[in-house]
Design a protein around this ligand. Structure first.
Ligand code: ATP
Length: 235
């Protein structure tokens, strides 16, 4: 039994189909990346796991189906979500945005906050700052922190490098590695930046136009034509 199993998942916005027959497995402790160009369906995939989109097919966490469960139940079952472009409350402080993540938590609030502050000392220094005045990198940290406040075992991160400078991307990669190796989190990231994905993930799935094009280990995909085509095809 895999930690996360997605079987023949299709997703719909009204009558429009955004994903078709996607199957993914993630083992405990893995970092897996889903890469693909704009509009490939990466956010839809993560939103589907979180119960935010109408779907067909099955999604199981530790063998238990998440389908039909509410997003808050899915969070309580151990799935944390750092969405694309963060979705923070811009006129609330860093601390209050983090506490939004603690909303579903019954315990561990202080110890989770301590972990977040250890990972991101800047968030402690700036805990009273409104997130609207933060840099993109700092907001990404708050978004990760808010997800960590839910005590996840599985962390879903949607396009963590989007709009961020290369130096900040390196810092973000280091934090993701640390969450995986020190805190034992299983991680699924989506990316348009194939190099970033290859530098972090042990296995990669390539998504295009809502369909899975190919998948394999980082070593297998490094020179895979379909991965390159997903980015550079037609250019
Ligand atoms: P990007 O990198 O640009 O964020 P993505 O790979 O995350 O792209 P999605 O945002 O999942 O792609 O979009 C997949 C498809 O679903 C696109 O064709 C998009 O237009 C469509 N879509 C996404 N959200 C909605 C929505 N709320 N209503 C209707 N269609 C949507």
């Amino acid at each position: 039994m895999s930690f996360l199993e997605i079987d023949n998942l299709s997703a719909f916005y009204g009558k429009a189909q955004a994903l078709t027959d996607i199957s993914i497995t993630v083992q405990p402790g893995e970092i897996v990346a889903v890469v693909g160009p704009n509009g490939a369906g990466k956010s839809t995939l993560l939103d589907s796991i979180m119960g935010l989109v109408k779907t067909e097919g099955d999604i199981r966490l530790r063998g238990h189906s998440l389908v039909g469960r509410s997003s808050s139940e899915i969070v309580r079952s151990g799935v944390g979500y750092a969405p694309e472009r963060f979705n923070l409350f811009p006129y609330m402080s860093v601390r209050d945005n983090l506490m939004v993540g603690a909303f579903t938590a019954r315990e561990d609030i202080q110890s989770n906050l301590d972990i977040v502050h250890k990972l991101f000392p800047r968030l402690k220094e700036r805990e009273g700052q409104e997130t609207s005045t933060q840099s993109g990198g700092e907001r990404q940290m708050v978004s990760f922190g808010r997800a960590l406040m839910t005590s996840p075992e599985l962390l879903l991160i949607d396009e963590p490098t989007i709009g961020l400078a290369p130096k900040i991307c390196l810092e973000i990669a280091e934090v993701i590695r640390q969450l995986n190796s020190e805190y034992g989190l299983t991680v699924v990231i989506t990316e348009q930046n194939a190099n970033f994905a290859l530098s972090l993930a042990s296995r990669i799935y390539v998504l295009e136009s809502g369909r899975m094009q190919t998948s394999g280990t980082e070593a297998e995909l490094r020179n895979d034509k379909r991965l390159l085509d997903a980015y550079f095809g037609g250019h």
